[in-house]
Design a protein. Sequence first.
Length: 392
Amino acid sequence: MNVVDPIAAEATKLFESVYGGRPEGLWAAPGRVNVIGEHTDYNEGFVLPMAIDRYTVVAAAKRTDGRLRVVSSAGDQRVIEVALDDLTPGFPQGWTEYPAGVAWALRGAGILQEGFTGADLAFVSTVPVGAGLSSSAALECSTGLALAGLAGAEAQLSTADLARLSQYAENNYANVPCGPLDQLASAFGEDGRVLFIDTRSFEIAPHPFDLAAAGLTLMVFDTKVSHDHGESGYPARRASCEKAAAVLGVRALRDLTAADLERAERELDEVTARRVRHVVTEDERVEQFVSLLTEGPLEGERLRAAGDLMTASHASLRDDFEVSCEELDVVVEAALAAGAHGARMTGGGFGGSAIALVDVGDAERVAESVLAALPQAEIFRAIPARGAHRVA
């Protein structure tokens, strides 16, 4: 059975119990794991995410009174209602900012024309919230597809536009200064592949990532330390990068190379120079990881090198970019001590999740080691999955 099917069934049931009728359709969008390439997307650099088999599904139907109603299976299942004409950044508050923001962005882009007169939306999700696995992007992309579908505007909403407008909504409606990584991964994800994304050009190159065939698995460790990009140090990190680019006279830190780091150390304060060093070296690590994938399956020396790149990424995020936390560090160290080939935090940091590349035969030992170090951790294995799509 498709992993989306039971989520879709639950979303249908929620819709019927709340709104008293059948939905006109169901749409799904996944969360993501970023294999490597953190905090490089808003610096117009390189990332290597994959959509994962954890989905947000929305059951939806049109309304005729110009209102948007949303409900989620999470929490108290309270229906939030707002008039389309009243949508304004920051209103309504809470999780509903994300679907409301997408409706606002689609209206502004002309995807939802005047003939679109509202919708009822019911969400069910298996993407953990606050775990650094892009629950907000899954919510946004599923909403975008659903609203375009209800409006008969699927042809006007390309996959690239879905990602772009979802990011625009998060930036300008929910006031979260994220880069495009999460939305691109959720929108463009493919079964069995990671996505090498140039976040300047939005060029996306899928690469096979059949870990099972190589006897490997990618383990995810949700530390249960919830993060919030709007409230954490994330905005400060982005501002620091933009300041550094301006001082160094480049459009974005992506334009720097290792040869520029000495100048950065001379012209910037010590903390900002370390932020620059992370971005420059992380872009290099992404390109090196992709080179390993193009050479063949991750085995032998290639596997060792890929694991080392992941672990070096975590060290850089911990020491130079300073977005890790004690729980993430503990999980990474425990996974490596139990035999993981490489491990790193994934997502924006300040909590959330870590990942590890592990031999299938070592997975149980690695899980036991992580739980001994952090009993609250939730552990699962992630596989590359399909991006946003209509379910029914």
